[in-house]
Design a protein around this ligand. Structure first.
Ligand SMILES: CC(=O)[C@@H](O)[C@H](O)COP(=O)(O)O
Ligand SMILES: NCC(=O)COP(=O)(O)O
Length: 239
């Protein structure tokens, strides 16, 4: 079964636009779970323009499904994870000023660094996932760090999907199969939506989890949050 983890960063972005508590991020997280989400993802950034560090702390006792914290492991991020102890930490190398995550890890160049960081989070009791592009050498290097999973960065898949979905998914299918052979679990995320999700899921047997935020929140404006989550879950049913 592939789990759907809803990324609620965009809910916080909307709230932050006015400085009050509408929409209520904590209530939305509860509602995502009530409507069927099997996980909640947050991606705190140093300037806290999306989800805030305090939100992450406040969410911890409320999230009853899997709590996934994504981010660049700066000292502040590491301390946050140490305090919150989520089920999963996803390491993402985004620059502080990046609008959104725009690259995966170079696991070859940062192999030693990642090994130490992975170990540190595992000692906190968290499952660790490394965000990367679907490239054989990157997957092989990730496997040497001791990480539990990789998260395939699906921006290129999403961009190529409408032109040639077979070509777009091929590198992901190969990377996922290799990761599984090497004993790693496989997650996927970024720009997944109601058009491209079912095909990815079909082509990547054993996909453990997808984290989806931007498109899901946009769809919810038209379709409602409950209905939208149900529609995303339906894309993840095995046929
Ligand atoms: C890691 C990743 O792929 C992201 O998509 C990101 O965490 C999304 O969050 P934002 O929407 O805040 O950029
Ligand atoms: N890890 C990806 C994620 O959490 C959400 O990405 P997106 O759906 O907002 O592009």
């Amino acid at each position: 079964m592939t789990k759907l983890s809803v990324n609620i960063n965009k809910i916080a972005t909307l709230r932050n636009a006015r400085g009050h508590n509408r929409p209520d991020v904590l209530q939305v997280a509860r509602d995502c779970e009530r409507f069927g989400a099997q996980g909640i993802t947050v991606h705190p950034r140093p300037d806290e323009r999306h989800i805030r560090y305090q939100d992450v702390r406040d969410l911890k006792p409320l999230v009853t499904t899997e709590f996934n914290i994504e981010g660049n492991p700066t000292p502040d991020f590491i301390e946050l994870v140490r305090a919150v102890r989520p089920e999963q930490v996803t390491l993402v190398p985004d620059a502080p000023d990046a609008i959104t995550s725009n690259a995966g890890w170079d696991t070859i160049r940062h192999q030693e660094y990642l090994r130490g960081i992975v170990q540190e989070f595992k000692q906190m009791g968290c499952r660790v996932s490394i965000f990367l592009d679907p490239v054989e050498e990157l997957v092989r290097a990730a496997a040497t760090t001791g990480t539990d999973r990789i998260e395939l960065y699906t921006e290129a898949y999403a961009t190529g999907y409408h032109q040639d979905r077979e070509a777009a998914v091929a590198p992901y299918r190969e990377a996922a199969a290799l990761a599984q052979q090497l004993g790693l679990g496989v997650n996927a995320g970024h720009d997944l939506d109601l058009d491209n999700l079912a095909f990815l899921h079909q082509q990547l047997p054993g996909l453990a989890e997808v984290s989806i935020g931007h498109a899901l929140v946009c769809d919810a404006l038209y379709l409602g949050l409950e209905n939208t989550i149900q529609l995303y879950l339906r894309q993840l049913i095995n046929n």
